[in-house]
Design a protein around this ligand. Structure first.
Ligand SMILES: Nc1ncnc2c1ncn2[C@@H]1O[C@H](COP(=O)(O)OP(=O)(O)OP(=O)(O)O)[C@@H](O)[C@H]1O
Ligand SMILES: O=C(O)C1=C[C@@H](O)[C@@H](O)[C@H](O)C1
Ligand SMILES: [Mg+2]
Length: 461
């Protein structure tokens, strides 16, 4: 199984896991894709190594940081990344691209825009394409990088006006990207509506959509490409390419790079025809239940209790539910009834939890993912993998005696046992996790703060 993740802060809103699941099933690649909530790109790299991840996508606010770090490490950095000054894709294990064993770092936002230009502008135009670019942040840079590369490749010329709230920022872009195929001027954002009809290509790269951009009357041949997928523009006339299409396109390019698979051109057509819209729609159908998973000692019980206390959610611990149900301690169950029976009891209590109404924070036992039925049930809620390495877990657990699978003679033996467990469980945790939160160097309170932020609109509050 290949393992991928998207990295950002915040990150739970990301729909990349949904689109990669679809790519995987459509292209016959067995893969899992999760989200990493980290504080820096360096932390993402460290975590990726621990989780043995094959490739990551990077989103706000780390794309520029990723570019700097990848370059400083001497990794293969593509032309799209060099031109845009940002990296959104790092393939850790690549065999062919750039012909080296180092990670390959690229920017598929740029590749996606090149695809759009090829499709909607074509290559035959001898006229300069009159273009409005709204915004002057990272996405706008990706657009200008794509136009530069597309211009070099096809001879197409673009006459771009960058509209932004702060014209100074737009001027910096103008300076950086003005070249043989792209001329760039700047204007205040307020001027855009009155000049709308003079443009044949409009790209919206604003993260917040102003009121004037909710409804638009485009010229018959105009194309409006949206980077924002939270809310669509009501468009009459012309062609509207929604933000979802951009997200799918950059994701498909990343998938191609990660897996080195040829992409069937029909899939591109389907993406452009909006037949994949439904893929992005089912992200909120989970129950308002948060499952905390991870090795023993990662803090599932501690964090779960605290998280429930700062929210209106009920806290439950599957180990405690099993002890109440059987009248036996976890250690006794393992000794007298076997581990298999314990896993079955986990299935029973998970069903009970999922039948209840209302928000719940559920601390699970470290081995809950070992049984397929349990994994299936977990995916009905929001699954958060608390990460800490075996050394850290062992030191946190030093002196405790109530974990039957970790009975050991000292910390060193506990570390060994945890390493074996992690080996066996790593891919299983990965396959169900919606979000991974590294806990080393963070207090339980800090983790609660991170989780409250990430889950606020989905489960809690
Ligand atoms: N972020 C943290 N930093 C330092 N210590 C922590 C952290 N989180 C938890 N701990 C400590 O680690 C120990 C184990 O925590 P806890 O019982 O919550 O782990 P768990 O994941 O529920 O383990 P198990 O799977 O065995 O039930 C406790 O002593 C707890 O105080
Ligand atoms: O929301 C997301 O998951 C993403 C958004 C864009 O930044 C992309 O560039 C990134 O690859 C993934
Ligand atoms: Mg616990």
């Amino acid at each position: 199984m290949l393992k991928f993740a998207v990295v950002g802060s915040p990150i739970y809103h990301s729909k990349s896991p949904l689109i990669f699941a679809k790519f995987g099933s459509r292209l016959g690649v067995s893969c899992s894709y999760t989200r990493l909530r980290v504080s820096s790109f360096e932390e993402a790299l460290e975590l990726s190594e621990h989780l043995r991840i094959d490739g990551i996508n990077i989103t706000a606010p780390f794309k520029e940081d990723a570019f700097r770090v990848c370059k400083a490490r001497g990794w293969g950095v593509s032309e799209t990344a060099l031109l845009s000054g940002a990296v959104n894709t790092v393939a850790f294990r690549r065999s062919t691209e750039m012909g080296c064993a180092n990670p390959f770092c690229t920017n598929t936002d740029v590749l996606a825009i090149e695809k759009f230009l090829r499709r909607y502008i074509g290559t035959g135009s001898s006229e300069c394409v009159k273009t409005a670019l709204l915004g002057a942040g990272g996405a706008a840079r990706a657009v200008l990088a794509a136009m530069t590369l597309y211009g070099q490749d096809t001879g197409t010329k673009f006459d771009v006006t960058v509209f932004n709230r702060t014209v100074g920022k737009a001027s910096l872009l103008a300076k950086k990207f003005a070249g043989d195929h792209v001329t760039v001027s700047t204007a205040k954002l307020e001027e855009f509506p009155t000049r709308l009809e003079t443009f044949e290509l409009i790209l919206n790269c604003l993260s917040v959509r102003p009121e004037e951009l909710r409804k638009l009357e485009l010229g018959k041949n105009a194309v409006f490409i949206d980077a924002n997928y939270r809310e669509r523009v009501e468009v009459t006339g012309g062609v509207y390419v929604p933000g979802e299409t951009w997200l799918l396109a950059q994701g498909l390019e990343a998938f191609r790079i990660f897996t080195e698979k040829d992409i069937d051109p029909n899939i591109w057509d389907e993406i452009f025809d909006n037949s994949w819209e439904h893929v992005l729609k089912n992200s909120r159908s989970k129950k308002p239940v948060v499952f905390l998973i991870g090795l023993s000692g990662t803090g599932k019980t501690t964090v779960g209790r605290l998280l429930a206390a700062v929210t209106d959610a009920e806290h439950v611990d599957t180990d405690v539910l099993i002890e109440e149900r059987t009248g036996m301690s976890v250690s006794e169950i393992f000794e007298k009834l076997t581990e298999t029976r314990f896993r079955e009891l986990e299935t029973v209590v998970l069903s009970d939890v999922l039948r209840k109404d209302g928000a719940q924070i559920v601390s699970t036992g470290g081995g809950i993912v070992l049984k397929a039925e349990n994994r299936q049930q977990l995916t009905e809620g929001h699954v958060i993998w608390l990460w800490a390495g075996p050394d850290e877990c062992a030191s946190r657990l030093a002196g405790t005696t109530d974990r039957p699978l970790l009975k050991a003679d000292g910390v060193e033996e506990t570390v060994c046992k945890l390493k074996v467990m992690l080996n066996e469980r790593l891919d299983l945790y990965f396959s169900v996790a919606d979000l991974v939160v590294p806990t080393e160097g963070r207090t339980p309170e800090e983790i609660v703060q991170i989780l409250s932020e990430e889950l606020e609109t989905y489960v809690i509050g």
